[in-house]
Design a protein around this ligand. Sequence first.
Ligand code: NAP
Length: 363
Amino acid sequence: MIDEVFMLRAIELAKNGVGKVNPNPLVGAVIVKDGMIVGEGYHMYYGGLHAERNAIASCKSKDDLIGATLYVTLEPCCHYGKTPPCTEAILQSGIKEVVIGSRDPNPLVAGKGSGILRENGIIVHEDFIKDKCDEINRVFFHYITKKTPYVVMKYAMTMDGKIAASNGKSKWITNESSRMRVQDMRNSLMGIMVGIGTVIADNPMLTCRIEGGRNPVRIICDSGLRIPLESQIVKTAGSIKTIIAFCGGETGKAEELKRSGCELIRTGQKDGHVNLTELMQILGKMGIDSLLLEGGGELNFGALSEGLVNEACVFVGAKIFGGTAKTPVGGTGVCDIENAFGFLLENVEKFDSDVLLTYLRGD
Ligand SMILES: NC(=O)c1ccc[n+]([C@@H]2O[C@H](COP(=O)([O-])OP(=O)(O)OC[C@H]3O[C@@H](n4cnc5c(N)ncnc54)[C@H](OP(=O)(O)O)[C@@H]3O)[C@@H](O)[C@H]2O)c1
């Protein structure tokens, strides 16, 4: 009898890898014998041993594995990557039954991992609590199939839909708890991207302020290299990876930025700005599997228009600004309701009097 409890535990274990395994998947594994957990493991860091091997290694004795059942959130790999195939470790261990949550869309594994186990006499169950297992690897599934970053557009707005006061200042629309949640996002996604308008208005650092957390790669969309050399971003580019995406000619400013430690990416032009679709392809090739798009409104519209936004995280602060201040998505807007960018509501979280609405792209 296979039991949900053990897969739910494997999912919890997998989440320990958040922010550490990208662009690899989050994976958790639990080994069960006679109804008791005898081994547990998860994929801990990029290039490290996979969850199945860590779970096998955690068992006190080899006898624990004989006839045991392995619960694993993602189909076991069957190819040589940074580590040897997990299917080999499972076959050598004595495990007799494997319960898999998500199927691996990676063409090197898809269907082959479970196939090898079956061919060697292991009882294999697939798609067990699949939705919950799939949920933790949205980034991986997107990246492995599309080869571009999974983009999460995040913004904080007032109850009347403003992202800054009329003087352009946006600190702070939301409370401390909401802002801590944003730090979790910065820690879990590999990159953070803003437009030059936001850098000029706010002079942000765009770092992760969680103790022991990881700074995302900072990407600034700045077609004509307007970024001030004295901005916090440029001043800290020597120690925090920073990419300036532009689409003009190479100038003396480009050289100065490179000397400050910035990496420059030149794209073609799209409506006079950085070509975001091309930029996503370049970032994907660099191994960046996910991006937090932190605005502002002009860049958000650019990304939406090019169909690059996969998820939207909308914080609503309990304040009203009124007037004609900026809204989360600017640009020319859509001319008709039929052309609206459609989303599906995924989750609602409350942080004191703030709310976080998470939406997934609806197509
Ligand atoms: N509340 C919030 O969550 C939040 C978050 C962020 C910002 N903000 C506020 O928003 C304001 C800034 O927003 P903003 O809309 O003025 O600026 P923005 O979106 O940060 O930057 C816009 C600029 O980005 C550049 N860009 C490069 N490639 C682009 C592309 N493909 N599509 C669109 N733009 C591209 C363009 O200038 P070039 O072509 O010259 O490069 C454009 O003018 C500030 O007041 C800031 O405080 C609020």
